[in-house]
Design a protein. Structure first.
Length: 416
């Protein structure tokens, strides 16, 4: 593990700091800084454009498609600087983090030229069509089908838990294209326009009346023949690339968000006197240690990546399991510390409304105006889902067991 950065990286850090200082609203990050819902909406709309002009969105992507071609260490410095001042750095989670890097790795030249610039400029929004009613952890059991009809794929079936489908222009989905092949072999990865008659999106309303994910029904929906990524019937490998990005995302800077939040939990414990309770102190110390472990593991992932000894899938699985379970436990601790007061909804309606304009993919939770939660209450609710989406904690354990520790493969259920 190497904890120092080369001088070029530090020079780049200064460049980013200067840019942020010049472009963020005055007072950003200072105590008491507030934006009205209108200001927040305007900021979110304009900020993507400003980021795009600064060429900071997905800045590691190749220059020929509009990226900056940053080295890994520059990318880490960039992430650190944006995280330090809490500045949003993406246009669309699904585009930037999942389908964009997948297209860069597996896509044709035409697909890269068509989609990458639109992802960088935030002009198309995406959703992820993997899970189905009978295919979640066992994703390869998916039944949605795509059949070639002349120059188009015709798609029929159903997806579920599709986050942001109601806002998306495109869905990257897995469909069975060879029903005769073994289940992992007959799948293709398609890019399908959402706004067409053959697609119906039905929002799933949650307990707080918000609906961030959906059921999506395909009834002879269509996409061009050439919108298959990574080759026909090769979709499983392509999907694993996407899931690797989903699980490995922000492993080097993720701890910052947790540290900030834990500071707020510690603050709440001090304010209501629970910080004097020896059991609470033990639990807070344990949580703090876990955030430190995440920070150190982040350095380890980075050093591995720089040395070329990186094993994305395995590291991603370890990270995802660790942070999601940490976060669920830390948020339970927060609610324990708050006692009955933790159940009182003291978030403002305006803040809940404003969150609608503050979408940042599945990590950001949209509150609803009729259920005004505070940031920590929202985080408590959303943390319940983090050991599920992107592959459950149990599935991550299977991956770590089999691929990192070399344990025997999980026994399959006997078929009758
Ligand atoms: C907030 C949120 C957003 C989501 N967004 C999307 C999205 O945008 N697009 C999308 O495609 N999907 C999305 N999902 C779906 C998510 O990927 C699935 O929920 C997840 O893969 C688990 O599948 P499942 O819900 O069918 O549970 P199941 O697979 O039915 O699992 C049920 C339980 O059994 C356990 N289990 C299953 N198999 C094993 C095994 N082999 N070994 C040990 N334990 C096992 C699981 O860990 C789990 O506890 C989202 C989910 C959530 C919660």
């Amino acid at each position: 593990m190497d904890l120092t950065y080369p001088p070029e990286a530090e020079a780049f850090r200064q460049e980013i700091r200067a840019w942020l200082e010049e472009h963020l609203p005055k007072g950003w990050g200072e105590p008491g800084f507030r934006m009205s819902p209108e200001e927040k909406k305007a900021f979110n709309r304009d900020w993507v454009r400003t980021l795009h002009q600064g060429r900071w969105i997905c800045a590691s992507w190749p220059t020929e498609y509009g990226g900056r071609g940053l080295s890994l260490i520059e990318q880490v410095v960039l992430n650190e600087e944006f995280a330090r001042v809490d500045a949003p750095m993406r246009a669309d989670f699904f585009g930037d983090t999942l389908v964009g890097p997948t297209i860069l790795q597996w896509g044709t030249e035409e697909q890269k030229r068509e989609f990458i610039p639109k992802i960088l400029s935030g002009t198309i929004a995406w959703c992820q069509g993997f899970s189905e009613p009978d295919a979640g952890s066992d994703l390869a059991s998916l039944k949605t089908r795509a059949v070639l009809d002349g120059d188009e794929w015709v798609i029929s079936g159903q997806k579920v838990w599709t986050t942001q489908a109601q806002f998306a222009d495109y869905i990257f989905l897995l469909a069975r294209t060879d029903p005769e092949a073994p289940k992992h072999a007959g799948i293709s990865y398609l890019l399908v326009p959402m706004k067409q008659p053959g697609i119906e999106v039905r929002p799933i309303q949650q307990i707080d009346a918000s609906a961030e994910f959906n059921e999506v029904y395909f009834d002879n929906a269509r996409c061009p023949k050439e919108n298959v990524v990574g080759g026909v019937n090769n979709g499983w490998k392509v999907a694993m690339t996407t899931l690797g990005f989903e699980r490995g995302a922000s492993s080097t800077t993720g701890h910052r968000r947790f540290q900030k939040e834990l500071d707020a939990v510690i603050g709440a414990a001090r304010d209501n006197g629970r910080a004097q309770d020896p059991g609470v102190r033990q639990s807070l110390a344990k949580a703090w240690s876990k955030v430190k472990i995440m920070q150190i593991n982040g350095f380890r992932s980075l050093t591995d990546a720089l040395n070329g000894t990186h094993h994305t899938a395995a590291l991603g699985a370890c990270n995802k399991m660790f942070w999601s379970e940490y976060h669920r436990d830390a948020m339970n601790l927060y609610v324990d510390i708050m006692g009955m007061a933790g159940q009182v909804l003291t978030g403002s309606r305006a803040a809940a409304d404003a969150q609608d304009a503050d979408l940042e993919g599945p990590l950001a939770r949209r509150g609803s105006a009729s259920y005004p939660v505070t940031d920590l209450q929202a985080s408590f609710f959303f943390s319940r889902s983090e050991t599920i989406w992107g592959g459950t904690a149990e599935i991550q354990r299977n991956i770590v067991g089999e691929r990192v520790l070399g344990l025997p493969k999980e026994p399959k259920a006997a078929t009758a």
